[in-house]
Design a protein around this ligand. Structure first.
Ligand code: SF4
Ligand code: SF4
Length: 98
């Protein structure tokens, strides 16, 4: 799922520069998240960076943009032009036997 910013946002400017996908921008009144660029930080970090940093906890998941982890990894690959990190590969090929 992409995340979204509620109207509790206090425009503290902390989250925008920390988003690895440049998904956060200033909207008409408060910051907003482009759901087509937000991967929940999948592919970049273990936890959503904006959620970790937001001082007022106003960044929940966006119920209108439900996505699986694999879909988020495909989005990561589309946005970055790089294959998803091997530890979280979207490949359906089973790993070789040890
Ligand atoms: S979860 Fe990550 S990718 Fe999504 S808006 Fe927050 S910092 Fe950006
Ligand atoms: S960190 Fe939270 S309060 Fe600050 S600008 Fe981002 S969404 Fe708004």
């Amino acid at each position: 799922m992409a995340l979204w910013i509620t109207d509790e946002c206090i425009n503290c400017d902390v989250c925008e520069p920390e988003c690895p996908n440049e998904a956060i921008s200033m909207g008409p009144e408060i910051y907003q998240i482009d759901p087509h660029r937000c991967t929940e930080c999948v592919g970049h970090f273990d936890e959503p960076q904006c959620v970790q940093l937001c001082p007022v906890a106003c960044i929940p998941v966006n119920p209108e943009h439900v996505e699986t982890r694999d879909q988020l990894l495909v989005k990561y690959e589309r946005l970055t032009g790089r294959p998803a990190p091997s530890s979280v590969s979207v490949s359906t090929t089973p790993p070789p036997l040890a």
